[in-house]
Design a protein around this ligand. Structure first.
Ligand code: DP6
Length: 322
């Protein structure tokens, strides 16, 4: 039995940073994201009774033991529900750099759980699938859906739901890649360090429900200026929490900062654009429909920008074969 699924990365506009329960990977805050098109993770899962243990091939290479173990733990969550699932060969390919702040774990686990679910005799409903995805990576349930998506904490678990279809507000995203190197401290460790050592962490958690409500209202009203204001605030607050950890985490490089200022200048000149940055040095400029051309060329001109990737909003994870 071999099943292939595709998922896209998502970019949080209101950030998830910090866990209420590390063991169950329960986020301390909700989050709101947009799912991208164009960038993809394609994952094929083959269950094979002849294999001794789960194996992972990532971007054509045998994966590290750590990555393989993380995938195996995700498969085990399905085995709790379907104990006769044999070992699996998982082959996953990203069309973008892995672990460099382009949300490869979100699309990776969304594609994985979608493929595995497709192989089950009785597939799980989306709520249970999202719960498994969340345990593997807190941002990944958002990639199960397309367009604008909210992940909300709820009585010791989370719910995930689409807020608005991508066709109803087809924002454009310009990603300025400022480094292709994998980051030194991933999100999981970075947010734990922030929770345990940053003096700003509690204030961050306290502010989150207000930011989520503001962003939700802005999306429902397609109010670009209001969405941009809360998204930039959430991004900068998340990075401020991380920078104040001990030792402080600085995910940006100099080019990231140049790009941030350029986006604000462009906005000052009248262009509808705002930025967001995840746990890596890439900057994502979110633009109103039809206005990303000048943003892409302005960011491309900044020394240190290695590549510009342009996306629209995409669909949720789905099975593509058989
Ligand atoms: C900065 O989902 O990668 O991208 O749950 O530990 O796997 P784990 O973390 P992950 O964290 C994403 C953090 C972020 C913000 C966001 O996507 O909301």
């Amino acid at each position: 039995m071999e099943i292939t699924a595709v998922a896209h990365p998502n970019i949080a506009l209101v950030k998830y940073w910090g866990k209420a329960d590390v063991r169950r990977n329960l986020p301390a805050v909700g989050s709101i994201s947009v799912t991208l098109d164009r960038l993809t993770t394609t994952t094929t899962v083959r269950f094979d009774a002849d294999l001794d243990r789960d194996e992972l091939v990532l971007d054509g290479q045998p994966a590290t033991p750590e990555r393989t173990a993380r995938v195996s733990r995700c498969l085990d969550l399905f085995r709790h529900r379907a104990p006769d699932l044999p070992a699996a060969m998982v082959e996953s390919t990203n069309s973008f750099p892995t672990a460099a702040g382009l949300a490869s774990s979100a699309s990776g686990f969304a594609a994985l759980v979608t493929a595995v679910n497709g192989a089950l005799k009785s597939p799980l409903g989306v709520g249970e699938l999202a719960e498994i995805a969340r345990r593997c990576s807190g941002s990944s349930p958002r990639s199960l859906f397309g367009g604008f998506v909210e992940l909300a904490p709820e009585d010791g678990t989370t719910t995930v739901r689409p807020i608005l279809d991508r066709r109803d507000w087809p924002l454009e995203v310009v990603i300025a890649v400022t480094s292709r190197a994998a980051k030194k401290i991933g999100s999981t460790d970075g947010m734990e360090l922030s929770r345990t050592t940053s003096p700003f962490y509690d204030a961050w958690v306290e502010r989150s429900p207000g930011d989520l409500a503001t962003a939700r209202t802005a999306i429902e009203a397609r109010d670009f200026a209001a969405l941009g204001a809360v998204a930039e605030a959430s991004c900068l607050a998340m990075h401020a929490v991380a920078m104040a950890a001990r030792p402080g985490l600085v995910y940006w490089n100099g080019t990231t900062v140049e790009c941030l200022h350029r986006v604000r200048e462009l906005r000052g000149d009248g262009l509808p654009v705002f930025f967001t940055i995840d746990a890596g040095p890439q900057i994502k400029a979110i633009c109103e429909p039809g206005s990303s051309d000048p943003v892409a060329s302005a960011l491309a001109d900044i020394p240190g920008v290695a590549e510009i990737v342009r996306c629209g909003l995409g669909d949720g994870a789905r099975i593509v074969a058989p």
